[in-house]
Design a protein around this ligand. Structure first.
Ligand SMILES: Nc1ncnc2c1ncn2[C@@H]1O[C@H](COP(=O)(O)OP(=O)(O)OP(=O)(O)O)[C@@H](O)[C@H]1O
Length: 354
């Protein structure tokens, strides 16, 4: 999850303080397997860090009961409160509890101690799409198309349940051991009926209407899909600049320079995704995501087979040492952790869902 930052890095007001049109009750079936407080730290052997974020880190853990590996995201309560992310954190838990889709991360439960919040998720061994992209520099057209198509199905599912994801970037797309994607990090996901206002998301991927603090809807994710496709094919983002401020300015100018090696079909699709004009942005028109799936760039994708994972993946992560292998993740310095401490908790009232 990224922290909401205004232009120039000023923290934005928390979402609860802004006008919102939220869905009063979730449209999604409640998954009964996700439990609150069923686990404790004693159920897991905490192993190495897989990734770090703004409020804590994600660890590989092993269940002491069934020997299986999971990933546990740990968020420091103090940090969450300081950065005005209470509502986003509770939203993340709620969204993860609700979603069930082949290309979205699955959460099994949550718990807390006096200082931290814990979310137990499936461990996805293949590492980040980001790492694969940096190693490869850029992806050939069919490879980019495969990942883009799986992302499209994940976003389509979320949107069909009135969830805007808002944080699409290659760091949040993990690869499973067979090379299929899993979208992780629901720290910005929001269940909304129509429109919302908060400025959030990674600078390179953010849509112009979000920067301009206009009301926006699900179509911000389709803009980000366009940026993702561009980055996968080019090896850099279309509005890249040295500071977030300069990137925002470029996004607002909206000028995209397509490398000459881009296929004309993808230039056409990207022109329709990376457009500030919401009446023209594909995915936001009358037929919704169908228009994207029917676009000529995706013509050879058999969507039902893709959803069933019945299509060969372009890359199988080299998982060498079997289950629990972490060789595809970067190394992070390990510290002395304050997990499992029970003492006075000044933030107790904010996280009753965990
Ligand atoms: N289920 C998982 N399996 C394997 N690795 C994971 C899993 N979830 C997260 N990670 C790793 O941990 C990193 C950080 O996770 P996540 O993005 O959810 O945390 P965050 O605190 O919200 O981070 P940020 O502030 O950078 O967005 C991911 O980019 C990924 O490398």
């Amino acid at each position: 999850m990224n922290v909401d930052t205004g232009i120039g890095g000023t923290p934005m007001v928390a979402e609860g303080q802004q006008q919102q049109q939220q869905v009063p009750r979730s449209q999604l079936p409640q998954r009964s397997v996700v439990s609150k407080g069923k686990y404790t730290l004693h159920d897991f052997q905490v192993m190495r860090t897989l990734g770090t974020g703004s409020f804590g880190r994600v660890h590989l853990v092993r269940s002491v009961h069934n020997g299986r590996y999971y990933a546990i995201k740990v968020l420091k309560k103090q940090q969450v409160v300081r950065m005005k992310q209470i509502e986003h954190t509770n939203d993340e838990r709620r969204m993860l509890k609700l979603v069930e889709h082949p290309f979205l991360i699955r959460m099994w439960g949550t718990f807390q101690d006096s200082r931290n919040l814990f979310m137990v998720m499936d461990y996805i061994e293949g590492g980040e799409l980001f790492s694969l992209l940096r190693k490869s520099q850029r992806f050939p057209n069919p490879v980019a198309k495969f990942y883009a198509a799986e992302v499209t199905l994940g976003l389509e599912y979320l949107h069909s349940h009135n969830i805007i994801y808002r944080d699409l970037k290659p760091e949040n797309i993990l690869l499973d051991r067979n090379g299929h994607i899993k979208i992780t990090d629901f720290g910005f996901a929001k269940e909304v009926d129509t429109v919302t206002w908060t400025l959030c998301g990674p600078p390179d991927y953010i849509a112009p209407e979000v920067i301009a603090t206009k009301p926006y809807n699900k179509s911000v994710d389709w803009w980000s899909l366009g940026v993702l496709i561009f980055e996968m094919l080019a090896g850099y983002t279309p509005f890249y600049d040295t500071t977030p401020m300069k990137t925002y300015e470029k996004i607002l100018q909206g000028k995209v320079v397509y490398p000459t090696f881009f296929h004309p079909d993808v230039v056409d699709l990207l022109g329709k995704l990376i457009t500030a004009d919401l009446t023209r942005r594909i995915g936001n028109l009358q037929s919704g995501s169908k228009d994207i799936k029917c676009h000529p760039w995706f013509s050879e994708v058999v969507w039902e087979k893709l959803l069933a994972k019945d299509i060969e993946t372009p890359y199988e992560p080299p998982i060498t040492t079997g289950i629990g292998d972490t060789s595809l993740f970067d190394q992070y310095p390990e510290e002395q952790f304050d997990y499992g401490i029970h003492c006075e908790d000044p933030y107790q009232e904010y996280f009753t869902e965990f």
